[in-house]
Design a protein around this ligand. Structure first.
Ligand SMILES: C[S@@+](CC[C@H](N)C(=O)[O-])C[C@H]1O[C@@H](n2cnc3c(N)ncnc32)[C@H](O)[C@@H]1O
Length: 301
């Protein structure tokens, strides 16, 4: 095993240990039975209306937005749930540590924005590492579940979950507020990734940093593969529904250039072969402008 891989494994084990705190033994103000019942009552529930989808556009929406799928693997002690994201809440943070030296301790006492939190696996982890977390999630049912977990584990003072899109982060309360943005698995879901990264830049305090992980293409050129909502891998209706939510899938150099466009400096963006994903780290040194030509929100600061 290489030294880098040993570093990743060690960090992943430490993070997994932190996450083991979140069993039914740590619940606050709710019985384990009631807690399990509440979780089970959400699994597999189909709810398009609650997400704001009308009959007319239903067939264009992704399955994951309409039907409740559990997010991250979680052993609650009395029972366990397997998630669509498996153990990304552990592995992605461990990769940021091994690739860019972002150690667990660097989250402690910091204001962290967790973007696209699904059911909150990463949110819980960040709170456990001592961060003050604001988590945002555009799918309302997942945001509700993340909030439920935060409350059930007595973390409401340090973690706040909001059902909202990243594109709504131009609200005043998101401007220049965070020390760190954690953004794994989201940038390729954005129809305007440069704008999305700009909003994250604006959400950071000068001196803050951003951690981005993305589906990607292993190419040296600054290219993106366009997937779009009609992309299907097998051609089945189910696969079409599931797959229809990736827009621009970047190479490491494309992601690096997007981050530079958004105003970031000290950008590192690499292909990570074990996961087959792109990882990037960048900092906000100071307020700088952005090229406004073609931005989908030209008034963005
Ligand atoms: C691939 S999952 C990644 C989940 C988690 N961040 C992780 O890395 O394991 C992407 C999540 O981001 C959410 N998402 C996608 N676009 C979003 C947006 N514009 N604003 C907020 N959340 C978004 C999705 O609903 C989904 O929960």
């Amino acid at each position: 095993m290489t030294q880098a891989e040993a570093g990743f494994e060690a960090c992943a084990e430490t993070l997994a240990d932190h996450f083991r705190h979140f069993t039914v033994a740590s619940l606050v103000g709710i019985t384990p039975e009631r807690f399990e019942e509440a979780l089970n009552s959400h699994l597999g529930v189909v709810d398009a209306e609650g997400e704001g989808y009308g009959a007319g556009d239903l067939d264009r929406q992704r399955d994951l937005s309409i039907k409740f799928h559990w997010g991250h693997d979680h052993d609650f002690g009395a029972f366990r749930l397997e998630g669509r994201m498996r153990r990304r809440h552990i592995d992605v943070l461990a990769r940021f540590a091994s690739l860019f030296g972002v150690a667990s301790e660097t989250y402690t006492g910091r204001q962290v924005l967790d973007v696209g939190c699904w059911c909150g696996g990463t949110t819980l982890m960040l709170a456990r590492l001592g961060a003050s977390v604001t988590a945002i999630e555009e799918v309302r049912k997942y945001a509700r579940m993340a909030r439920f977990l935060v409350d059930a584990f007595g973390l409401a003072d340090v973690a706040n979950v909001q059902a909202m899109s990243l594109y709504e982060c131009n609200r005043p309360e998101f401007l220049r507020r965070f020390d760190r943005v954690v953004m794994p698995g989201v940038v390729y879901h954005l129809s305007d990734p440069v704008l999305g990264l700009r909003l994250m830049f604006n959400a950071l305090l000068p001196g803050g940093d951003i951690l981005v992980e993305s589906m990607g293409v292993d190419r040296d050129e600054p290219v993106c593969v366009f997937e779009g909502s009609r992309r299907s891998h097998s051609g089945s209706r189910e696969d079409l529904d599931r797959g229809g939510w990736n827009w621009f899938v970047p190479s490491p150099l494309a992601l690096e250039r997007m981050l530079l466009e958004a105003g970031f400096v000290d950008v590192q963006s690499v292909w990570e072969p074990r996961s087959g994903r792109v990882y990037a780290y960048a900092t906000k040194r100071e307020e700088v402008g952005i090229c406004r030509a073609g931005l989908s929100m030209p008034s963005v600061p």
